[in-house]
Design a protein around this ligand. Structure first.
Ligand code: UDX
Length: 446
């Protein structure tokens, strides 16, 4: 029997490409082969070349592309459009791609397809081709558990058939999981159309034998046992270098950090998708100015220039800060100068910060980010909420107050360091539960 050859397909956003790349690195270490499928658009943007990747290519990683069906000038930040185009155009192209890859290397035929959320159609195609299939969930296991429980949530009258919460109430997805707020369900805050997409996608996921989760049983003990398909293999953090960054990393912030006092800098980043309203952007700028400490702020230029207006207010000084367009985030979070992280609580950012022992100030925008906030603040107790005022704005005074509060709280820092220990030291040791699960998965794929 040859080694497993995985065909992996991320949905074309940074938050999916990164963990799938880390998954690829992890299985390559076990001698497996990987063919990584990017959309043509992302392949050009992410530029899958360079030294970091050469090593992986030597070890058995290949990159191929499929068109997403959109025109080059189309706006890829419109996810409804991207989603529809992918689902319409890609499924018909996949069998031919598999055939071509297999024809090139008949000793190493593709044995298993691994896809992320929104690419569930690929699991169905794999099923038709008689190839094994697994799903990689890039967010927290609790948010997958919520999607899995949709029929029951409807039956119990917690949400209606369109996903809207019937009344604000506490929910518990299973008896060994924390009590959560029904308003935080992961389809809240996104367009209604995405709920029906999730419902359909959950049907596709049934073609995946395993639902690989980038988490650990220590972090989410209840969520990972909600179905026997859940297989925690995280945290996927193979190396420091981001091999799939969509934007060029500004490394000048690392030299800038070198000049700052230990545990003094507030790091601010909202991931690759979220954008701020102009008045909220101004308020944040002024809030950072109020701090008696340095800050490092990622202000990502929008792909659609008309949509975002990142105009700094006239009073903004910014003297104690450094602003970059895109940062080497993992290196930053591991830098001794970092004190806390003002974060949108995207799952990758959450894991990266947990693995670095950095306390959070939570500023969620959509999808799984509200559940992540709830775990950060109420379950692991390693961060605080930034609260909106009556106009729905997080005002500058709130930012200053919470930064002071989180940094004065020795218990939060102590718990952050303890969790880091649990995730990084205990889990990376060979024989940790996640690495056992990964081995189990690879053996199944053989
Ligand atoms: C999306 C969703 O928003 C998130 O909720 C979900 O869990 C995954 O998909 P995104 O918003 O981009 O992802 O956030 P996140 O999951 O945190 O991923 C962002 C990635 O970009 C992280 O790996 C982070 O290290 C990286 N990043 C971010 C950089 O490398 N540089 C930056 O300046 C900012």
């Amino acid at each position: 029997m040859g080694v497993p050859h995985f065909l992996v397909l991320p949905y074309p956003v940074q938050g999916h490409v990164n963990p799938l790349m880390q998954f690829s690195e992890a299985v390559i270490k076990h001698g497996c082969k990987i063919t990584f499928v990017n959309t043509e658009f992302i392949h050009k943007q992410a530029n899958n070349s360079g030294e970091a990747l050469d090593n992986l290519k030597e070890q058995g990683m290949r990159f191929v592309t499929i068109p997403d069906g959109l025109d080059p000038e189309d706006d890829r930040s419109d996810h409804q459009k991207v989603l529809v185009s992918i689902k319409t155009n890609m499924p018909a192209l996949l069998p031919k791609l598999v055939q071509d890859i297999n024809a090139l290397d008949s000793d190493n035929n593709i044995t298993c397809v691994v896809a992320t959320m929104n690419m569930g159609w690929a699991l169905q195609v794999a099923h038709k081709l008689g190839i094994k299939a697994a799903f990689l969930w890039t967010a927290s296991a609790v948010s997958l558990a919520a999607c899995y429980c949709i029929p029951r949530l409807i039956e119990d009258g917690i949400i209606d058939s369109e996903g809207v919460q019937i009344k604000k109430q506490e929910i518990q997805l299973s008896p060994n999981m924390p009590v959560m707020d029904s308003a935080d369900l992961p389809w809240g805050g996104v367009a209604k159309i995405f709920f029906s997409h999730i419902v359909k996608e959950m049907k596709n996921l049934e073609f995946g034998e395993w639902w690989l989760c980038n988490t650990t049983s220590d972090l989410e003990p209840g969520a990972v046992t909600i179905s026997p398909r859940f297989l925690p293999i995280g945290p996927l953090m193979e190396s420091d270098t981001n091999k799939s960054s969509f934007w060029e990393e500004d490394t000048t912030c690392l030299t800038w950090l070198d000049q700052q006092q230990p545990q003094s800098v507030v790091y601010v980043s909202f991931g690759s998708l979220a954008t701020l309203e102009p008045n909220q952007f101004k308020e944040l700028a002024l809030g950072l100015d109020l701090l008696k400490r340095p800050f490092l702020w990622v202000v990502r230029p929008s792909s659609d220039k008309n949509k975002v207006n990142n105009a700094y207010p006239d009073e903004f000084h910014g003297g104690k800060g450094k602003i970059v367009k895109w940062a080497p985030q993992k290196k930053i979070l591991n830098h001794p100068a970092i004190a806390c992280f003002i974060s949108h609580c995207g799952w990758n950012s959450t894991l990266e910060s947990l693995c670095s022992g950095i306390p959070f100030l939570c500023w969620p925008f959509f999808s799984d980010q509200f559940f992540n906030r709830s775990y950060i603040c109420d379950v692991w107790k390693v961060g605080l909420r930034l609260e909106k005022d009556e106009n729905g704005v997080i005002v500058k005074g709130e930012i200053r107050k919470k930064v002071d509060q989180v940094l004065e709280d020795g218990d939060i820092k102590a718990r952050s360091l303890k969790l880091k220990e649990l995730l990084v030291v205990d889990n990376s040791v060979k024989g940790g539960q996640s690495s056992k699960n990964l081995e189990k998965f690879i053996n199944w794929a053989k």
